[in-house]
Design a protein. Structure first.
Length: 94
């Protein structure tokens, strides 16, 4: 377990699994296997379940204090993908 900075609600803790998710996101492209296969093998879950966990982790208070550059990059990528989907959906409805 890793400690997150204290908030008004006390000390928050990040689990080993959450830490492993951040570590994986930092370096998955260096692996010789496809990302989806690596997620299934390493985390024993579907890609959708992994993404849900990742997004919850990115939204958790204090996570950015563990690895600010990584978390901000992942948040920007998520925002960009959401904007692209919204723009594509809006364009299709016209």
């Amino acid at each position: 377990m890793y400690r997150l900075p204290e908030t008004g609600k006390g000390v928050q803790v990040i689990t080993d699994r959450q830490r492993a998710i951040l570590d994986f996101e930092r370096s998955w492209w260096t692996l010789d296997e496809p990302r989806d296969l690596a997620i299934r093998a390493r985390f024993q879950c579907s890609v959708e379940e992994y993404r849900t966990e990742l997004h919850e982790l990115l939204d958790a208070p204090g996570t950015a204090d563990i690895d600010p550059l990584l978390v901000r990059r992942l948040q920007r990528q998520r925002s960009r993908r959401r904007r692209e989907r919204t723009d594509t959906d809006a364009g299709a409805g016209s």
